[in-house]
Unconditional design. Sequence first.
Length: 215
Amino acid sequence: MAKASKIEEILREAAAAVAAADVPDDLRAVAYKEAVDFLREAEGSSKGGGGGNANGTSSSSKTRTSAATKTADEADASPPDEAAFFAQLAEESGVGEQDLRDVLTLAEGTVHVTPPARRLGASAAEQAKTVIALVSGARAYGLRERPVRADAVRREVERKNCYQRNNFSSKHLGPLDGFNAGANRDEIVLTSKWVGEFKSAVDRARGHTPPEDKS
């Protein structure tokens, strides 16, 4: 019974520590686990004589420092809010913020293309290239994700019903000058020509230019 009470106490202390630290919602689970691990190790160290070392630094102190550093790093890596996302992307691309909001949305760190696929190109291949340019550019400079996660881009192409597995690398990503495959299939990297293709994709999605008919 005493053991159960100690576990409950650790869980309560961990929850209180996370709440007091004002950790972002999407990092609370990680921070809570770190806090529980720290408290459990601290409890074990106190029973085992403190776990001191030659420098007078306890193992529990090292654990606390490591946990705090990891949580801080993860908090810094959290995606920007919607306002910062569009402001950063507008500054880097030279596209007006309202124009960006007409074609993109940000939901929990995921970039979505809002216009229907028929507005993105006359063929599935052209639609896919438009989505790749929009999402890759937005993730690279709105979310500051470089290299860009190719799986996130592929998921959005698939969501817009223009994903062709066998053609994604060769006929969709390959013809683009501003967006290239990275060191492996999990990465997309941007070149200096990304801005022109990104702007064209925004214009096409907003219906300002006729879609090209390419297979």
